[in-house]
Design a protein around this ligand. Structure first.
Ligand code: ADP
Ligand code: AMP
Length: 216
């Protein structure tokens, strides 16, 4: 969890690879639906492009299907879901019905001005989804994906105006989810400083996760 641009997707990809987990990013799943141009995708786009949350009833259905289909040996890593307390409650109920439980919540934090700089400089490959930053993680050839060679694109919601709205939405609707998990027995909430460079954030996260494992 964490505000937009804190580095959730960047770190989630690294952790999922390290621990053989499925990386389930609600934002990536919704953007694929949006690009596909379905009725559902067009409905989602109305909220996403305005920096608002997609309504819970849509999110819960789509994410339940994604979780049910995932089959990685190390389990799954959720990125961007749940984002409301209602989503967190349904997730808890569904996991408990399946005999599982969410055991660790990683919260990556960063200052607002750093977030705006990260978000407005974010670019991604429309083919493979790899994420870059014009200043912090530039591609080898300006504007082109290292792996695919195609032109990088900017997300529709990565403008400064929309990111300020997304931050407001995060504070109002998603921070209460962190409080919900902090109060829950059996669930560890790990607070990570996302302001450092990518390798350092990965190292801090792995170290914190190892600490949880050592206690278990
Ligand atoms: P989130 O998934 O939280 O929205 P991303 O992982 O997509 O955030 O990161 C947002 C932008 O910041 C991307 O352009 C990414 O390349 C860049 N970025 C991510 N982590 C760092 C970091 N630790 N230092 C500098 N830039 C970063
Ligand atoms: P992200 O890629 O995580 O930044 O998400 C992009 C956008 O997708 C968000 O600003 C929301 O509009 C939408 N979204 C992603 N995950 C959720 C969720 N769990 N609940 C509601 N909306 C979501």
């Amino acid at each position: 969890m964490g505000p937009p641009g804190a580095g959730k997707g960047t770190q989630a990809k690294r952790l999922a690879e390290k621990f053989d987990m499925a990386h389930l990013s609600s934002g990536d799943i919704f953007r694929a639906e949006k690009t596909g141009g379905s009725v559902l995708g067009r409905e989602m786009a109305r909220y996403m492009d305005a920096g608002e949350l997609v309504p819970d009833e849509i999110v819960i259905g789509v994410m339940t299907r994604a979780i049910t289909k995932s089959k990685a040996p190390g389990g799954f890593l959720l990125d961007g879901f749940p984002r409301t307390v209602a989503q967190a409650r349904v997730l808890d109920e569904q996991l408990s019905a399946a005999g599982a439980a969410l055991d660790v919540v990683v919260v990556i934090n960063a200052e607002d001005e750093l977030i705006v700089e990260r978000i407005t400089g974010r670019r991604s490959c429309p083919d493979c989804g790899k994420v870059y930053h014009v200043k912090f993680m530039p591609p080898k050839r300006k504007g082109l994906c290292d792996a695919c060679g195609v032109e990088l694109v900017q997300r529709d919601d990565d403008s400064e105006a929309v990111v300020r709205q997304r931050l407001e939405t995060y504070r109002r609707q998603t921070e209460p989810v962190i409080a919900y998990y902090r109060g829950r027995p059996g669930c560890e909430v790990l607070d990570i400083d996302g302001g450092a460079n990518v390798d350092e954030v990965t190292a801090l996260t792995v170290e914190a996760l190892d600490g949880v494992k050592a206690k278990a």
